[in-house]
Design a protein around this ligand. Structure first.
Ligand SMILES: [Zn+2]
Length: 464
């Protein structure tokens, strides 16, 4: 046993010395004061950029923020030059443990073929690419492998929190909850009983209010920070229609009540208008996608304070890579894509709360920031788009006390992008500096090591 190994006196001395050295170096880092300087600063709150921005970081916390601040004695100065400092970006809709960005049938086969431990090892790369791109927090909305009961998202979150893996702070949803035959049914599209059983609440599949409550309790028991459910059909599932309702109002009421009693927020996958109306009425915290929502439904969201997470990147990617998908999915993708631009413009006009979320995994991890340009192209002001990915996401995730703005006392999650995002929003895609909780994760432009390795999206060239 390992205890015997460590019980030898000489080894114990060596171990004690190296542990002491480690402790001293982490204490030194914790006390270090760093002054970040850049030509501009976005603090997450104000309607303009500050000029000559300075952020003073002490340990893991922001000690001061402002324009032309004096540099404290002994501080390490990092001058980022013609760049814009910003709170670390957040993505309220990722799937870091999955990757569906290639040929759909190949990826489905791979999901069955690879063992879940190997999928988990791959997920550590996805986490790395995401934080290197400037996303210091993600809400990870669903992680499942057909016929597996592993909680890979929980393991990844915990490993990041323990500094074993480099990645963003994660709030995870585990399996996601849905109806038999619905968007989340992992056996949707496979021959009946191919896996020897019907999926049940341990897979997130539940029918009726009592079973929904059981599924929520099971997910919270296993580490869920947030509850995700599919209340309407989806694009990347084989047999359901994209906009039909998949939970009843009574099931949604149970979902929201049980989650909120356990102090967990509820995010629902929803394309269809009827399902959205019923989910908003039930009191969900955010509607994910929302492609077919009508203006009256958006107005109801405004009254209730429900967030919309538009995930424009997901349909943009699918439309640009149509040949990668089976015909049935192509038809669903086109319908959702054609509806979502008008829905997004209406959402802006009506003034509902918009959170930044991409559905990363539908496209290669690390390309999350391409969502900013899609939002701005549909009429959102650049600073509002940046707010959605910082202060608004922090509010939706329930972590605004700690992160989301550059303010004294908050955790030092700070990034910098070259140039001025109000002049060119695509500078968000070239983040040059990343700090998470006072630790520098990246400084300097992307290298082959740090850049997302998969092929780029060809935005603006959808097939018909
Ligand atoms: Zn998703």
């Amino acid at each position: 046993m390992s205890i015997r190994f460590f019980s030898r006196p000489r080894l114990r001395t060596i171990c004690a010395a190296s542990v002491l050295a480690l402790v001293i170096s982490s204490v030194a880092a914790a006390n270090e004061t760093i002054a970040l300087k850049a030509a501009r600063l976005f603090d997450g709150k104000t309607a303009t950029l500050l000029q000559n921005g300075v952020v003073i970081v002490k340990g893991d916390t922001i000690a001061d923020v402002g324009s032309n601040l004096p540099i404290p004695d002994g501080a390490r100065v990092i001058d980022l030059g013609d760049a814009t400092l910003s709170p670390g970006f957040m993505d309220a809709h990722t799937h870091l443990t999955l990757d569906y960005s290639g040929n759909y049938n190949e990826r489905r086969l791979q999901e069955l073929d690879l063992n879940v431990s190997e999928q988990a090892i791959r997920a550590t790369k996805h986490a790395g690419a995401t934080v290197q791109a400037g996303f210091t927090t993600v809400r990870d909305l669903g992680s499942r492998f057909v016929a597996s009961r592993e909680f890979v998202d929980v393991a990844l979150r915990n490993s990041i929190n323990k500094d074993i893996v480099v990645g963003p702070r994660m709030l995870v949803a585990t399996k996601g909850i849905g109806a038999t035959g619905g968007h989340f049914d992992p056996m949707n599209g496979f021959r009946d009983f191919l896996f020897g059983r019907e999926p049940d609440y341990t897979d997130g599949i539940a029918n009726g209010p009592d079973e929904i409550r059981k599924a929520v309790r099971f997910e919270v028991k296993n580490g869920a920070d947030v509850i995700k459910a599919a209340v309407s059909g989806g694009v990347l599932s084989l047999t359901d229609e994209v906009d039909t309702p998949q939970l009843t109002p009574a099931e949604m009421a149970a979902l929201v009540d049980e989650s909120h009693r356990l102090r967990k927020k509820v995010a629902v996958h929803c394309h269809g208008d009827q399902a959205a109306r019923e989910a908003i009425e039930a009191g969900v915290d955010s509607i994910e996608h929302g492609s077919f929502m009508k203006p009256e439904t958006l107005a109801r969201m405004k009254n209730k304070g429900t967030f919309l997470t538009p995930t424009l990147m997901a349909s943009e990617w699918i439309m640009g890579k149509m040949n990668n998908y089976p015909l049935a999915l192509q038809a669903k993708a086109k319908a959702a894509y054609l509806a979502r631009s008008e829905m997004f413009r209406n959402a802006l006009k009506i003034g509902i709360k918009i959170s930044f979320g991409t559905d990363a995994a539908v496209f290669p991890h690390g390309q999350n920031a391409k969502e900013f340009k899609l939002m701005v192209d549909l009429g959102m002001k650049p600073l509002d788009a940046l707010k959605s990915a910082t202060a608004s996401d922090a509010e939706l995730l329930g972590i605004a006390q700690k992160v989301g703005t550059l303010e004294k006392g908050k955790l030092a999650d700070i990034i910098a992008m070259p140039g001025d995002p109000t002049a060119d929003i695509t500078v968000t895609e070239h983040v040059s500096f990343v700090m998470k909780e006072g630790k520098i994760i990246r400084t300097g432009p992307a290298t082959a090591e740090t850049a997302a390795t998969d092929e780029s999206i060809d935005i603006g060239a959808p097939v018909d």
